[in-house]
Design a protein around this ligand. Structure first.
Ligand code: 4GX
Length: 266
């Protein structure tokens, strides 16, 4: 897969894509990340890329012309049509489902805005999709682009080792991940749960699924509401909830969590 980034900070984007799993994916030629600087396509002596907002008020807007020229050269270097994504808080929220779909495309481009954003006419004509990485305001689209490159890059076939396999990730099955432990088995911070040392693979699988279900129920009940559970999962979650209620009663006789738990019990 190839990802083109249109950004005023091409070196930063290249460095983001050079580390860890994603950097290795590039070395293995499973992924290619290229950056294009609209400043290189500005035509005036000052290499201007921004202008005052029409209608007045503070702030600058990225100009059509340098972005259009950069996108044109980028598109001409591609044998196939390129799916262009603009990063902004006005976009649809990025999800693992969307990441998985993007990871299957041969080529995407990420358009990074700075200042107050990009001239709306360029967005209307050049952008296929607007995505947000979350409900907060960044100073530019580059960190959003880095998030997409990372999430999509690690899903390229051969990028992950077996041990890191993407199937066990949080969200790949719509649930949060279970807890993980390594040696030592006994430590001042606590012991590794006994079932994980039992060698009983069926019991370990059930324990992990139960923890995933329980954590999702405790921390992200919105995810559980979107998902129909099979009979085994329903039984495991029931077990988790009964154990949790028992521990809660033993440890915290206070009533202050009743409202929260009432919520979860529906
Ligand atoms: N998820 N930003 C875009 C420029 C901008 C300003 C106003 C449109 C309107 C962001 C996010 C994000 C900061 C990128 C503002 N564009 N990107 N930039 N949240 O906050 O992706």
């Amino acid at each position: 897969m190839r990802i083109d980034v249109v950004t005023l900070f091409p070196d930063f984007m290249r460095q983001c894509a050079a580390v860890g799993v994603v950097g290795r994916a590039q070395q293995r030629e499973l992924l290619q990340v290229e950056a294009w600087n609209p400043r290189d396509y500005a035509t005036d002596n000052y290499r201007t890329v921004d202008g005052r907002t029409c209608g007045g008020g503070p702030g600058m807007v990225m100009l059509i012309e340098p972005l259009r020229a950069a996108l044109k050269v980028m598109r001409e270097a591609a044998p196939e049509p390129v799916h262009v994504i603009y990063l902004s808080p006005q976009g649809a929220r990025l999800t693992q489902g969307r990441v998985e779909a993007l990871a299957k495309l041969p080529r995407i481009a990420l358009l990074c805005g700075r200042y107050e954003g990009v001239d709306e006419r360029l967005l209307a004509h050049e952008v296929d999709e607007e995505l947000s990485i979350g409900d907060y305001v960044l100073s530019g689209g580059e960190l959003g682009a880095a998030v997409i490159i990372d999430a999509v890059g690690r899903l390229q076939d051969g990028a992950l080792n077996d041990a890191q396999s993407a199937e066990q990730d949080s969200f790949s099955n719509g649930l949060l991940d279970c807890p993980h432990y390594a040696r030592p088995v006994h430590d001042a911070l606590g012991d590794v749960p006994e079932v994980l040392l039992s060698g009983d693979h069926a019991a370990i699988r059930r324990w992990r699924l139960k923890q995933s279900l329980g954590r999702t129920w405790l921390r992200r009940p919105d995810l559980l509401a979107q998902r129909a559970l099979d009979a085994e999962s329903r039984a495991l979650l029931d077990e988790f909830r009964r154990e949790y209620a028992r521990e809660e009663q033993a440890q915290r006789p206070s009533r202050q969590n009743d409202a929260v738990n009432d919520d979860r019990n529906h």
